[in-house]
Design a protein around this ligand. Structure first.
Ligand code: BES
Ligand code: MN
Ligand code: ZN
Length: 498
């Protein structure tokens, strides 16, 4: 099991120990710094060994050799970065993740240079971010560690490049983002007997250490505020709900904040409309939206982002018991609107409705983005690699889409048309909490929209990306912490004061 990672920066030099990593393009072309560090013996060894190992320098392939005499290293690791065209598409975090995977558990010096192009400090920081994310594993509950496992030990990377001082500076911000993603992953992976709503709130409250103002609302206060929808979901659980409002004031005093709102269902049994047993254990991840919000606030505060940002999460457990809410109940949300409960498993929208309403009134945000593992339907529509985006604002939607492409946390815009809104009209109340089988993700979004005023708003349905994630170069964990890098970068590129 990996024991984590340390990353430092240095000028390019020949002396050292551990593994030595260089990059090679198609036809094994090396950058000038790599040629210098390797000397003729190194370059010669690569040229002779590559054909037998079928190594052609293809993007994200690797050749591992014992280092030749004259090269100060144990192993020589050659990482392929492909043709010029491949290199233009190669994402730096992905390359960092791939490389960290190749030298996992070992000390390694990485010659960060590139055949035919300069590596910027920004590139180096992104590389470091990917390496950090790759090194994450959630092994808190494994009592038997395997000392001889491939990746046992700490990965210790020294990134060697010309602009190492500037790279180090850029990497400090990237490390803050990595911490935010790590925090989100820990929260998602944690089991619900440990991560109760109360415990979740405690962990969010730890952000005060970074200068975040944290307000925790308990049930009595929620009742005063009229959060009847959220409280209905919580009432079947032995564990009290919490609402946590986090404020990071890094921007100009008095400027309206950007607000992020997360669904935090620590376990979703479905309630009285109980889910089937198969796969129900995955529903510990039904708080992935809230985890992303806490992780984002951590990242913003840790890198002292010049922005005013609010994070608000509704944390509940959805359980069936004698006190549980039931299909046919009618509840009143904080907005004053009444909701007929058709299915207690459509609980996330009830939680979001009250938290969104509270944020609009209490924080007067300039925009709101909510994240929620809201519907199985979005997984049917888009799969596990892209999140559904619903928005009342083309500008915000465009920014989210572009940022998603940039960081590799992609979103796809879905429609919000009156037909979806009509589908949630109720016979008995102002609305009902499901809109039937068709367009399940869209009718859920329409429900949320009924709790949003004029403020620009986007809803990210992250049921597919927020949990049981597919392994990638930058993630080996069940919980990927999806959304932290997206929101952090959105802020950095569009909402930070210069
Ligand atoms: N948390 C689930 C959605 C979900 C499903 C997330 C699978 C991740 C993986 C949500 O609360 C839910 O149960 N939604 C229902 C809504 C339905 C009852 C209208 C669904 O999608 O089936
Ligand atoms: Mn549910
Ligand atoms: Zn749910």
């Amino acid at each position: 099991m990996a024991d984590g990672i340390t990353i430092s920066f240095a000028p390019v030099g020949r002396g050292g120990s551990g593994d030595l990593v260089v990059f090679a393009g198609d036809d094994l072309v090396l950058g000038s710094a790599a040629r210098e560090v390797l000397g003729s013996a190194g370059a010669d060894l690569i040229a002779r060994a590559a054909p037998g190992e079928k190594f052609k320098g293809r993007s994200l392939s690797a050749l591992v050799l014992p280092a030749p005499a004259g090269v100060d290293a144990d192993r020589l690791v050659v990482v392929g970065v492909g043709s010029e065209k491949d290199r233009a598409k190669l994402e730096w975090p992905v390359l960092g993740g791939f490389t960290a995977g190749k030298v996992s558990g070992r000390p390694a010096r990485v010659v960060l240079d590139w055949p035919g192009a300069a590596v910027t400090p920004e590139n180096a920081a992104d590389f470091a971010l990917g390496a950090r994310l790759r090194a994450y594993s959630f092994d808190r509950y494994k009592t038997k560690k395997k000392p001889d496992a491939d990746d046992a030990g700490t990965t210790a990377l020294t990134l060697m490049l010309a602009g190492h001082a500037q790279a180090e500076q850029a990497a400090a911000a990237a490390a803050a983002v990595a911490e935010g993603v790590t925090l989100a992953r820990d929260l998602i992976n944690e089991p619900p007997n440990v991560l109760t709503p109360e415990e979740f709130a405690r962990r969010a409250a730890a952000l005060t250490r970074l200068g975040v103002e944290v307000e925790v609302l308990e049930p009595a206060r929620m009742r005063e505020l009229g959060m009847g929808a959220l409280l209905a979901v919580a009432q079947g659980s032995a564990r009290e709900p919490r609402v946590v409002v986090m404020r990071w004031n890094g921007g100009p005093a008095g400027e309206a904040p950007v607000a992020f709102i997360g669904k935090g269902v620590v376990f979703d049994s479905g309630g009285v409309s109980i889910k089937s047993a198969g796969g129900m254990e995955d529903m510990k991840g039904d708080m992935g939206g809230a985890a992303a919000v806490v992780g984002t606030l951590h990242a913003l505060a840790a890198r002292k982002a010049r922005v005013n940002a609010v994070g608000a999460i509704g944390i509940v457990e959805n359980m069936p018991d004698g006190a549980a809410f039931r299909p046919s109940d009618i509840v009143t949300s904080m907005s004053g609107q009444t909701i007929e409960v058709i299915n207690t498993d459509a609980e996330g929208r009830l939680v979001l409705a009250d938290v969104l309403w509270h944020v609009q009134g209490a924080c007067k945000p300039k925009l709101m983005i909510d994240l929620a593992t809201l519907t199985g339907a979005i997984i049917v529509a888009l799969g596990q690699d892209i999140a559904g985006l619903f928005s009342n604002d083309d500008d915000l939607a465009g920014k989210l889409h572009a940022t998603g492409e940039l960081v590799g946390e992609r979103v796809w815009r879905m429609p919000l048309i009156p037909a979806y809104d009509k589908a949630i009209d109720s016979k008995f109340a102002d609305m009902k909490n499901t809109g039937g089988r068709h367009g399940g993700a869209a009718t859920a979004a329409a429900f949320i929209k009924r709790h949003v005023n004029d403020v620009p708003w986007a809803h990210l349905d992250i049921a597919g990306v927020g949990m049981s994630s597919t392994a990638s170069e930058i993630n080996r964990s069940w919980g990927a912490g999806w959304g932290v890098r997206l929101l952090d970068r959105l802020v950095r590129d569009h909402y930070e004061a210069r």
